[in-house]
Design a protein. Structure first.
Length: 122
């Protein structure tokens, strides 16, 4: 109930209030960006201007901003502003996926996890 009662104030707070603790990565100058949102407070390991590499830990999963449960929101987009950018296709490489129905895990070389799947890098 407290979450529902504070929903409107978060929305009025703008992008930062909705995304909570977040980071925007510029994948190439003037090109694609990725936002990681709802990160755990105080867990961010990168600073503005840092060069980061694939596989580098950036932060911990949290439930900051407009979120009731810990999770990470990942969004690929064509500019740095998640509210004006257009979404871009996104796929994950080298992961193991456990289906929501409890089936056996599957190693996926490149793809998008199914809704509700639990994944880990391989």
């Amino acid at each position: 109930m407290p979450y529902a009662l504070t929903q409107a104030s978060r929305a009025r707070g703008g992008a930062g209030a909705l995304a909570g603790n977040h980071v925007v990565l510029e994948l190439e100058p003037g090109g694609a960006h990725v936002v990681l949102a709802h990160l755990r407070e105080g867990s961010l390991r990168a600073r503005p201007g840092d060069l980061v590499t694939a596989g580098q830990p950036l932060a911990e999963c949290g439930n900051s901003g407009n979120s009731t449960q810990p999770h990470v929101h990942v969004q690929a987009m064509d500019s740095a502003d998640p509210f004006t950018a257009r979404g871009l296709p996104l796929a994950f490489r080298g992961h193991r996926s456990w289906p929501r129905d409890g089936g056996p895990p599957v190693v996926v070389p490149l793809g998008v996890p199914a809704e509700g799947a639990v994944v880990e890098p391989v």
